[in-house]
Every structure is written in structure tokens, then in C-alpha cells.
Design a protein around this ligand. Structure first.
Ligand SMILES: *[C@@H]1O[C@H](CO)[C@@H](O)[C@H](O)[C@H]1NC(C)=O
Ligand SMILES: *[C@@H]1O[C@H](CO)[C@@H](O)[C@H](O)[C@H]1NC(C)=O
Length: 342
């Protein structure tokens, strides 16, 4: 019975200090601390005993000032916590403020506070307003898929076609110089139903250089073969196998057309799009069968290769080429001032 009572009491003593218990010092009376187990290294606290030896740490019967006197550890004061939206956060906890990560950190000896990144986000009310206020033909909106994303991630992973090389820019453009009356409306999807590829979601990967090239090549294969070869070509082949490119960080369209011309590519079914750079599963050269692909039509054994690309430079020439042969690939240069003060 006496033993039980002692345990209960000493539990109270070590758990916390509270008014009503005789105040310290105990161990601090004569800095009387002992190593190991030393039953005499103790003090009376009411009619129980507390200890100043190391053994007390395992037994939870240390005197109230054991930590501060014997271990020279200041008992840590509770810091004033971080708050947000009526919730309490402790040190090291995080939350997101749109695209910026905030961490609850200690700012002085008494207080925790939020430390937040301060990067421009993809969805920005000022940008939405300025676009929609101007006389653009499109409207900017707060799309769910852009929320919580940094502007710089959008610039890398939603764009991704590099400017043409100087060499390609020097290429002499095709000149049709057709003097015809162009219709006021022309839609390749109406002119060649079933042959025109749908829009592909590139995901968070700046692979538009690859997707635009394969969709245009697919469209033109179907149009030129009159539907005999109507398949979707694989942008993943370009992402994974065309090594002179920067994968999801962008690529060059002239390099792409050269790769498709020299090496050829496979179809989407054989190597589906994954929105990331994976290991190239094919040898540099070889047939569709060697690449492990299903043969769509018996005449087709080689990979899909394209003819050398050409440059078009005037609007009538571009219109003529689209009406005659199908979609073309264009580069749009986008300039955004990322250093806008917030
Ligand atoms: C914070 O604590 C440190 C170490 O305990 C001490 O040296 C410092 O003076 C304290 N600073 C303030 C502002 O209380
Ligand atoms: C966009 O929509 C989300 C969710 O509806 C909202 O929390 C956020 O404040 C909106 N952002 C802007 C800039 O309007």
C-alpha cells in the first residue's frame, strides 16, 4: 500500500510543477546531482522522495528541478503558436497559400510565425483582369488545374517549344504565289473528317514540341494516304528517344522533324504518352516489328518517317498549304514579365 502511494505521488512531482507543492530548489540546494543509481541522492517532497540521480529518468521520480540543475537543460517554454483560419499550427507544420508554401517557424524566443514563399502564381487576379479588360479575342479564367501552381512551372511545363534555330530561319520559304480567292472560313476537321487528330492534354510536361509535330504528321499521313494510314503517332517516342531535346523542359521543332525523318517513329498504341521522359525502349533504327509494334496495314513495316520540313512565310502561302495538304505547325512566342512586383 505504501509503495503504491509513493509511485502515485512521485508521478505528480515529475509530470509538472504546480502550486501547492513546495517550490524548488531540490537538486539545486547544493547542486547535488549523481550519476548512475544513488538512492541517497534524493530529497523529501511532502512525504514522498524525489531523486537527483540519473536513474530517476527511467523511473519518472526525478525532482522538479532535476532537468535544469543536473542536465543543464532549460525546461522549454511553450512557444506562442502559428494560427491560420482558426486553426493552431506547431513548429514545422506547413500549409499552402495558393502556390506558395508556408512553414510555421520560430521567429524569436517566444513566438512561432509563418514563413512563406512569395512567388508569382499561375492564377493571378490582376492578370485575369488585365487580359479580360483588354480587347483580346479570348478570355482568361481561373482554371482549377492551374490553381496552386507557380507561374514559373506554367512557363516550363505548359509551354515548351524553343525558337527555331538560326539555320532553319535561314531556310528559303516555299512560295506558292497562288492568286486565288480564299474562303472566309476553312476548318481542316470539316474538310477531312476522321483524319484530324484531337487536341492532346500535354499534362505537366513542356512537350508541345513533340505533340504538335506528331499530331500534324498523323494528320498529313492520313490525308495523303486518303485514310489508308490513319493512325495517331507517338509523341512519347520523341520525348524518350530524341536525345538532343530537353524532354518536359522543352524542345526544338526543327530537330524533331529531322529525327522523324531519319529515325522514324512508332504509333501511340505502341508507345503511349506518359507526360514524362522515360527510357527509350527501341533501338535507334529498325522496323515496326522490331520495335514490338502491331502492324496496322500489311504494306507498312518501316517506322513512320516524314519528308524534310519546309518553311512558309506569308499568310496566303500558309492558307494555301493548309487547304491543300493539311494542318501546319506554328510557333507562338509568349513574353511574360515574371519580375512583376507583388
Ligand atoms: C533568446 O534565448 C537565448 C538563449 O537562451 C538568449 O541568449 C537570448 O538573449 C534570448 N533572446 C531574447 C530576445 O530573449
Ligand atoms: C480561383 O478559384 C479558387 C477556388 O475557387 C479560389 O480559391 C481562388 O481565390 C481563385 N483565384 C483568383 C485569383 O480568383
Amino acid at each position: 500500500m505504501y509503495f503504491l502511494l509513493l509511485c502515485a505521488l512521485s508521478g505528480v512531482v515529475t509530470a509538472y510543477w504546480r502550486p501547492g507543492l513546495p517550490p524548488p530548489p531540490y537538486c539545486g540546494i547544493d547542486n547535488d546531482c549523481c550519476s548512475g543509481r544513488e538512492d541517497d541522492c534524493s530529497h523529501k517532497i511532502f512525504d514522498a522522495i524525489c531523486y537527483c540521480d540519473e536513474f530517476c529518468e527511467q523511473h519518472d521520480d526525478c525532482c522538479p528541478d532535476y532537468q535544469s540543475v543536473c542536465k543543464n537543460k532549460e525546461v522549454k517554454e511553450t512557444l506562442f503558436p502559428c494560427k491560420h483560419g482558426g486553426k493552431i499550427y506547431q513548429q514545422g507544420e506547413t500549409r499552402m497559400e495558393d502556390c506558395n508554401r508556408c512553414e510555421c517557424v520560430q521567429i524569436n524566443n517566444k513566438t512561432l510565425d509563418w514563413s512563406c514563399e512569395n512567388d508569382p502564381c499561375m492564377v493571378d487576379q490582376d492578370v485575369l483582369n488585365s487580359v479580360n479588360y483588354g480587347s483580346t479575342t479570348w478570355r482568361a479564367a481561373n482554371y482549377t488545374q492551374f490553381q496552386g501552381k507557380k507561374l514559373r512551372d506554367g512557363l516550363i511545363y505548359k509551354l515548351g517549344t524553343m525558337p527555331l534555330s538560326a539555320e532553319s530561319r535561314r531556310m528559303g520559304p516555299i512560295r506558292y504565289d497562288k492568286n486565288i480567292n480564299y474562303p472566309s472560313h476553312f476548318d481542316a476537321r470539316e474538310r477531312w473528317p476522321r483524319y484530324i487528330s484531337p487536341v492532346v492534354d500535354q499534362g505537366w510536361c513542356g512537350s508541345d514540341w513533340a505533340i504538335s509535330a506528331t499530331t500534324i504528321a498523323s494528320d498529313r499521313f492520313a490525308i495523303q494516304s486518303n485514310g489508308a494510314e490513319s493512325m495517331v503517332l507517338s509523341p512519347q517516342t520523341l520525348l524518350s528517344c530524341n536525345r538532343q531535346q530537353r524532354g518536359c523542359q522543352g524542345g526544338y521543332i526543327d530537330v524533331v522533324w529531322n529525327f522523324m525523318r531519319n529515325r522514324g517513329i512508332v504509333d501511340e498504341e505502341c508507345f503511349p504518352y506518359e507526360a514524362k521522359v522515360t527510357k527509350c525502349p527501341f533501338r535507334p533504327k529498325g522496323t515496326l516489328v522490331e520495335a514490338g509494334c502491331r502492324i496496322p496495314v500489311t504494306q507498312r513495316t518501316s517506322r513512320y518517317k516524314v519528308t524534310p520540313p519546309s518553311v512558309l512565310s506569308t499568310i496566303p502561302d500558309i492558307m494555301y498549304d493548309i487547304m491543300d495538304s493539311g494542318p501546319v505547325q506554328g510557333n507562338i512566342q509568349i513574353e511574360i514579365n515574371v519580375d512583376r512586383p507583388k
